[in-house]
Design a protein. Structure first.
Length: 358
């Protein structure tokens, strides 16, 4: 055997040099920097799909409830929440007049705290509400880890803070135009006037693919932006813990656009947290973000025909989505009192006197 030849071949069996290791590590770091955002985006897309499925299931359940309850729209103070709203009594299903969560859960065969009780303590009401927000997955947007506090909450040890309710229902579909003293809930907006008497019935709501019955939102957040809260009063008005007038209106609290570009307070509270991202949570920005572009908050709306659309915060203010067919928007000969971007994007509805919603 040639020892010199053997020695040369052995000398070739060496490890990596320091430079080679550094190059390898650099390549791995570059690949990770490329792949991690993609993986994060994929996870957010998956959570968006789960949220979309939730809204679709809720819209289907709203239709199912109407089929089982003489065409009634759930979550109305004159249908499922009548006892709570007018008598101030927890009825074992609705913890509040505008509560759509409890009646739908019962319709779908779920059993939660307080089921069947005809009267209850505040602690009983809270337990059932907490069941909605913390245990029923269909009611929870996976992008929603936002804490909400009860209002008023001074010295209240029963209604403790917790996960914000993910979805709202528009009171334009669940309220009546009669005065509350006459057995109605009152019109939720002086801008709404129906050509015919309106009751919260599915058949009177209008064209299903245009009517956003359930949507992502938060119940209330003040200006400048603060922690979201909810009115726990059993006789709460304006949607209580479960809804509001919808994001078409410039005094709404469900999708607050006051800090969006071009809106009234955008140049005043510069650098403040933009409240749009509490409601519409699927864009690149998160709650706590400062102001972005007009449609940088991305959210989802569930329509009466059970389809779901994802859209930007400005597009979601389309008045057609938030009123029953045949509603007259009384502009009094001038612009409708709504968001500045809404007046621009939906000029016909916002500027035409006595505009009729299709």
């Amino acid at each position: 055997m040639d020892r010199r030849r053997f020695g040369r071949s052995e000398s070739l069996k060496r490890g990596f040099t320091l430079i080679e290791l550094l190059v390898t590590i650099a390549i791995i770091a570059i690949l990770m920097s490329i792949l991690l955002p993609s993986l994060g985006g994929a996870r957010r897309a998956a959570r968006g799909t789960l949220c979309s499925n939730n809204l679709r299931q809720i819209a289907v359940a709203i239709n199912q409830y109407a089929n089982s309850n003489a065409d009634a729209i759930v979550g109305s103070p004159v249908t499922s929440g009548k006892a709570a709203y007018f008598d101030g009594k927890f009825n074992g299903i609705s913890v509040q007049g505008w509560d759509w969560c409890g009646p739908l859960a019962a319709e779908l065969g779920m059993t939660g705290p307080g089921e069947g009780q005809t009267d209850a303590t505040e602690a009983d009401r809270f337990k059932r509400f907490d069941w909605y927000r913390s245990q029923i997955k269909t009611y929870s947007c996976p992008e929603n880890n936002i804490t909400a506090v009860a209002y008023p909450n001074a010295n209240d040890t029963t209604w403790v803070s917790g996960r914000m309710i993910s979805y709202n229902m528009s009171t334009q579909f669940t309220s009546t135009e009669k005065d509350p003293g006459e057995g109605g809930t009152g019109s939720t907006s002086v801008r709404r006037k129906m050509k015919r008497p309106y009751k919260p019935m599915l058949s009177l709501a209008g064209t299903g693919h245009l009517k956003a019955i359930i949507f992502e939102g938060h119940r209330y957040v003040a200006d400048p932006p603060s922690v979201p809260d909810f009115d726990k009063d059993i006789k709460a008005r304006y949607g209580g813990m479960f809804g509001g007038t919808g994001p078409w209106y410039d005094d709404n609290k469900e999708l607050r656009r006051t800090l969006a570009p071009g809106e009234a307070l955008a140049d005043i509270f510069t650098g403040a947290s933009d409240p749009r991202y509490f409601a519409f949570r699927h864009g690149s920005r998160r709650p706590g973000s400062t102001t972005g572009a007009a449609n940088s908050a991305i959210g989802q709306l569930g329509f009466l025909d059970a389809h779901v659309e994802q859209m930007g915060d400005a597009k979601a203010t389309n008045p057609h989505y938030w009123f029953p067919t045949g509603t007259t928007l009384n502009t009094n000969g001038s612009k409708l009192d709504t968001w500045e971007s809404t007046k621009k994007d939906f000029e016909s509805a916002c500027k035409t006197p006595n505009y009729s919603v299709p």
